[in-house]
Design a binder for this molecule. Structure first.
Ligand SMILES: [Fe+2]
Length: 447
């Protein structure tokens, strides 16, 4: 009889201890808990010929969306390929999908993970890697539909079911089904209150609906469920900081940054993205983040991963500009344009979104607001192509509004504020922008 994992899927190892560690590692990955890499490495030390173990390790590297993970991804893909003869169909397909990512065909890789999930709908690893891939690629409808495809094959008794609900919640949120998203997220949390992705999905709903006090209460009251030893912690701190920022409490934002978001180098890319974007939002408001910029910029610059993923590069440029290092920003911009000239998914991302947004940020910092506006107006319409969530990409809209205000483009500033006002209830930050747009229309300047 073939060996099966905790969801009944066949695996090629007969080593029960290794399989147990594999299931434990997958659980850590599902909840972004602790150290799934250490757990899967233990499983592989126990059984080095466990193909699915190498597939999990590879999937973990794919979900990081970070060029610094590439050497480890290569190790896992090559180890998995060497086990081809003894691997089963599902394991071989995992390794092939990871190979596509390693070859920088990100879109194809995620399609392959998605295909595995169609044929093996209880393969939670394939589902989750595809889900995070959809996030990295900005494929919002698939964030929702890829989960919907597999749900009929699950029930609440199966281990990990709540994680599926959390993923579905996020997909529903990113496609504006806010009520259903919140219901799904709360259902996931009824089953497992410590699901940071489900907590995060509901926080997104509150962000998109401008429910600031509720958002602060939601994340604040559940802090023990998401903040400790969790890979998503900085991201959820960032969400909490966004609510505070919309309230206009920039002191609270800086305190959250200092106490919870600032990480020693080398930080993971996701954390650097959020740290950079938060300081940039403060910068747009004229808040001086001072010495916070420099270590952030250095961390980005020391990674040697520029040109891997345009979404990261744009945030690295924010940090260099904020740190007052235009030469470093120009170097990162050169890496982006080098990437744009190559092939693969990131070439498209860099060409269509990364380079124009980077140039807009550089122009903004030079005080060339007209150029920033010209670049951002079309880029914001297709910005999903370089990944991230609506909330993350909103930094582009905020930069555009600030460029319009500082560039004396009162009509544009008022129009962009009106867009926001139609989507969310009034809040202190939006009111402030609208006052400034009105002042701008009267020829006054107020920062
Ligand atoms: Fe988020």
């Amino acid at each position: 009889m073939a060996t099966v994992d905790s969801r009944g899927l066949e695996v090629s190892t007969g080593n029960a201890r290794s399989l147990e560690q594999f299931d434990a590692a997958l659980h850590l990955l599902n909840g972004y808990y602790g150290d799934p890499l250490a757990a899967i490495d233990e499983a592989l030390a126990e059984a080095p010929d466990f193909a699915m173990g190498h597939a999990l390790r590879a999937g973990l590297m794919v979900t990081s969306g970070d060029g610094t993970a590439e050497p480890m991804l290569r190790e896992s893909v090559e180890a998995g390929e060497a086990l081809h003869a003894g691997a089963n169909d599902r394991e071989r397909r995992h390794i092939a999908a990871a190979r596509a990512w390693l070859d920088r065909s990100f879109t194809r890789a995620i399609a392959l993970y998605g295909d595995i999930a169609i044929d093996y709908p209880r393969d939670l690893l394939a589902v989750q890697v595809a889900h995070i891939g959809d996030f990295l690629l900005g494929q919002s409808s698939m964030l929702r539909d890829r989960i919907a495809r597999v749900l009929p094959h699950w029930d609440a008794e199966m281990p990990g079911f709540s994680f599926l609900l959390g993923m579905h919640a996020f997909g529903l949120e990113e496609t504006q089904f806010y009520e259903r998203a919140e219901d799904r997220g709360r259902s996931a949390l009824d089953l497992n209150p410590r699901d940071p992705w489900a907590i995060h999905a509901v926080a997104h709903v509150m962000e998109m609906q401008g429910r600031l006090d509720e958002g602060i209460g939601w994340l604040g009251s559940r802090r023990e469920d998401w903040a400790d030893d969790n890979m998503l912690a900085v991201h959820n701190w960032w969400h909490l900081a966004l609510f505070e920022l919309e309230q206009g409490d920039t002191d609270a934002v800086l305190a959250l940054y200092d106490e919870n978001m600032c990480r020693p180098a080398p930080a993971v890319a996701l954390d650097l993205v959020d740290a950079s974007a938060l300081l940039w939002r403060l910068h747009l408001r004229g808040v001086d983040a001072g010495a916070r910029w420099q270590p952030l910029a250095s961390d980005w610059q020391g990674r040697g991963a520029a040109g891997y993923y345009a979404f990261n590069d744009v945030h690295a440029i924010m940090a260099s500009l904020g740190a007052g290092q235009p030469d470093a920003a120009a170097e990162l911009r050169a890496a982006l344009s080098g990437a744009a000239a190559r092939t693969g998914t990131n070439a498209m991302m860099s060409r269509e979104v990364g380079v124009p947004v980077a140039d807009a940020l550089i122009a903004f910092e030079d005080g060339d607001y007209a150029t920033a506006i010209d670049l951002l107006m079309p880029a914001r319409l297709i910005a999903n192509r370089f990944g991230g969530s609506h909330a993350q990409r909103d930094v582009i809209n905020l930069t555009l509004i600030e460029a319009a205000l500082r560039g004396g483009r009162a009509n544009l500033a008022q129009a962009l504020c009106a867009e926001r006002a139609a989507l969310k209830p009034m809040n202190p930050s939006l009111r402030r922008l609208m006052h400034r747009a009105d002042d701008c229309g009267r020829g006054a300047v107020r920062h």
